[in-house]
Design a protein around this ligand. Structure first.
Ligand code: HEM
Length: 149
């Protein structure tokens, strides 16, 4: 049977490595660093991000099982107005992070992870006005080798 993207990416450990690499790239970027480093952000941010990615990419449902739901994640990203520059920089940082974390610069796994992140960034930008616009109980969006699942 074809491995899930989660398995192909090295499971939770591989995705945690990628989350660290993405965060490093964002912190080093003049635009993408802005959202990070404010007081009050979750101390386990990267572990929670990797757990979320794991669930979205065919791994265990541990984010929604033990941490929070997708509506919570949407609310964290909502209410910041339109920010296309930031989104573009965040995607560029993710492409660089794929390289840094050992996922290479091309190939099916690299390409699907990058496409997932680009899609996810658009989903996160869907509520620019206020977190109050985010409905309750939005299901966590899954991604497959063929795109949105
Ligand atoms: C422009 C791109 C993005 C930026 C600038 C960004 C920024 C952030 C920031 C600042 C936080 C911390 C919020 C807090 O703890 O107060 C966060 C949390 C998080 N983000 Fe993003 N994000 C981006 C894209 C994404 C994408 C594409 C995904 C998923 C595919 C994602 C998933 C998450 C998750 C799961 C959390 C943690 C939620 C929790 O603490 O339970 N983000 N993000």
């Amino acid at each position: 049977m074809e491995p899930t993207i989660y398995e192909a990416a090295g499971g939770y450990d591989g995705l945690l490595r990628l989350a660290h690499a993405w965060h490093e790239r964002c912190l080093a970027d003049p635009v993408a660093s802005h959202p990070f480093g404010h007081p009050g952000q979750h101390p386990d941010h990267l572990e929670r991000l990797a757990t979320y990615w794991a669930e979205a990419l065919g791994g265990p449902a541990a984010y929604t099982g033990a941490m929070a739901d997708h509506s919570h994640v949407l609310r964290l990203h909502a209410g910041n107005g339109e920010h296309h520059d930031l989104d573009e920089r965040a995607v560029a940082c993710f492409a660089a992070a794929l390289h840094d974390a050992g996922f290479g610069d091309d190939g099916p796994l690299h390409d699907t992870l990058l496409a997932y992140f680009r899609w996810g960034t658009d989903l996160m930008a869907a509520h620019p006005d206020t977190p109050d616009d985010v409905p309750e109980d939005v299901p966590l969006p899954h991604w497959s080798w063929d795109g949105p699942a």
